[in-house]
Write a protein that binds this ligand. Sequence first.
Ligand code: PMP
Ligand code: GLU
Length: 398
Amino acid sequence: MNQISDRLAALSPSATLAMSQKSSELKAQGVDVINLSVGEPDFTTPTHIKEAAKKAIDDNFSFYTPVTGYASLRQAICQKLKNENGLEYTPDQIVCSNGAKQSVCNVVLALVNKGDEVIVPAPYWVSYTEMVKLAEGTNVIVKAGIDQNFKITPAQLEAAITPKTKALILCSPSNPTGAVYSAAELKGLAEVIAKHPNMYVIADEIYEHINYIGSHASIAANKEIADRVIIINGVSKGYAMTGWRLGWIAAPLWIAKACSKLQGQYTSAPSSIAQKASEAAYLGDQSCVETMRQAFEKRKKLVVGLVKDIKGFVVNEPDGAFYVFPECKSLFGKKTPAGETIKNADDLAMYLLMEGHVACVSGDAFGDPDCIRMSYATSDEKLVEAFARIKKAVENLK
Ligand code: PMP
Ligand code: GLU
């Protein structure tokens, strides 16, 4: 008998990971699938970072570390925040975790009480709403469609705030849309937040380094709300280190302490070796980050052109991250060659996988059922082939 707790029964599995797994299963059966579903850089971790990890093993960094991470790593993160973002933090305000995913979840669990409202602009990354559910909070979805470049306005934020609002989860650069909030846009949101002293901002900046409009802006730069902002970041995306599992928060001290308490009972610190590798990432030569960013920018241009060439998709130009999120609702209602109706983006994603052998993720799990997400963190050759297959499959819909 299945006696799963109510808490977990209410939770949806990660749609991004589920689609990626489906694509791996088809591959294992010998199907030549191109996987545009999961969002992770295809680059390997830069050599100097790998060397630091090897050295850490030889130097016997094999013991439990402080729960929040080695002081040297937290110091390196503070240096990064100062140099790259102009923000002042002390190492006791940094908590390192097993990936930015755990960092977000720690903060949600540390802040949200049963019934508290958390404002989540849609489209959102699939895990935010599930984490809020885990904390027994209430998701308040604020929709920002393609017509407003997937960014919420201060007026929309203001309208969503109630006395129960505990937090806003803001992701910039955004997964899944690639939208990037400018410093001026963040200031507009900060002015609203300043009027509501009981709410916090969970600012997910994991795609900070994958930015095509110049510099990254953090909402934490707005002094009037800085003591209510929790920055989420990590090495997964910018340094091509998804498998190492190292994310972190920079937060007001009491929130950092709460996350440390939670993590101390739950997972302890992240891996000692991943920590030493991440320290090398932050302290070492940063040219690898720029090299990868340029490659993503080149692919973005390629992919936007390829998507625009497919009738039925409407795409905006992403300013960061490595996803395109075209609107595909004009294809709903069409029939596949097998006579099945494409009712929604879930059906379209399944059709593209089974007929075109390209794995994408339906926009449904991201809170925008009119769209579909494709990751372009793969080689030019694969992208060209993938979009040729998608085009053919879409043209076969009648
Ligand atoms: N936030 C966003 C927006 C992401 O796309 C991801 C990617 N999984 C994460 C957080 C988590 O990153 P990590 O791999 O470091 O857990
Ligand atoms: N963030 C990536 C994505 O959205 C990785 C998968 C995940 O952790 O959800 O595809």
